[in-house]
Design a protein around this ligand. Structure first.
Ligand code: ATR
Length: 271
């Protein structure tokens, strides 16, 4: 029987995950089906149980269910626990494993596709919501020299880094602390791009040759990327590659094979 997988969210109609996983399955010769599942806002756990009972092997979880998915899982990977959210479920004989592949997807995209070394880099992460939280551990593990978290509400940035203990080079605060600092990589994990709002970045945050990375995708050049360009960022990227790379990590968790993201990325970019 064909193994079944799905992405679950609300809304879900525009998800690219079915297309991504179909491409990975073809490439890796895996017999599997992958669909998009709309769950009612108050019906996430029920929908997961039904899918599992119907022979489902695993799921991707997207907005707004990532925190609920963490609670539903019987076991969590360390990276899911520290992210405080789950984007991948694997159904096992004795329970549900919850994982989070968003952060490793971001790191893989920046380091492997864009070829920007994170080891030894000065990284600025903007925002302190779920999107920012999920990428802190993978960035630290990638060996960054420094990681600053700046948020409109400074206390949230301070609180977000607390679980990581006191580490040299790890700081959280408001945008004010950025004056006189420069960074090799600046990542936008705020939702400001969704409403086209600008962020109060001081002059000089973008070091020579720096990369500006917006975690959103499919919106063309966002306000953040346009501002970054005019402030001197040498390279710009949206978050499409992160989407593809997190999907590849989920695929690896389920199927034990790592798909090559490059041809799939090329196909999506062309479309
Ligand atoms: P997500 O799960 O996508 O990260 P979230 O938890 O709602 O979403 O967090 C949104 C983030 O974007 C927050 O860091 C928010 O800042 P506050 O914590 O101060 O609310 C940030 N954000 C949203 N709109 C913003 C704007 N116009 N300027 C600056 N930061 C903004």
């Amino acid at each position: 029987m064909t193994d079944r997988y799905a992405v679950i969210g609300n809304p879900i109609a525009h998800s690219r995950s079915p297309q991504l996983h179909a491409a990975f399955a073809r490439q890796c010769g895996q017999d599997m089906a992958y669909e998009a599942l709309l769950a009612p806002l108050d019906g996430f756990a029920d929908a997961v149980r039904r899918f599992r009972a119907g022979g489902g092997r695993g799921m991707n979880v997207t907005v707004p269910f990532k925190v609920e998915a963490m609670r539903l899982a019987d076991r969590l990977t360390e990276r899911a626990r520290l992210a405080g959210a789950v984007n991948t479920l694997r159904f096992e004989a004795d329970g549900i494993l919850g994982d989070n592949t968003d952060g490793v997807g971001l790191v893989a995209d920046i380091r492997d596709r864009l070829g920007v070394p994170l080891a030894g880099s000065r990284v600025l992460l903007l925002g302190a919501g779920g999107a920012a939280r999920g990428v802190i551990l993978p960035l630290l593990e990638a060996g960054v020299e420094g990681l600053m978290l700046a948020n409109r509400t400074p206390e949230k940035a301070v609180r977000l880094i607390e679980p990581f203990g006191i580490r040299e080079g790890l700081h959280g605060g408001g945008f004010g602390m950025l004056a006189k600092h420069e960074f090799d990589v600046v990542i936008n994990a705020t939702s400001a791009s969704l409403s086209d709002e600008g962020l109060p970045l001081p002059d000089g945050v973008f070091a020579d040759g720096s990369l500006a990375y917006d975690m959103v995708y499919g919106r063309g050049e966002t306000r953040f990327l346009a501002d970054a360009r005019s402030m001197g960022a040498a390279r710009l990227s949206d978050g499409l590659g992160m989407l593809v790379a997190q999907a590849a990590e989920s695929f690896l968790l389920w199927r034990g094979v790592r798909p090559d993201t490059a041809p799939v990325m090329a196909e999506l970019s062309a479309a």
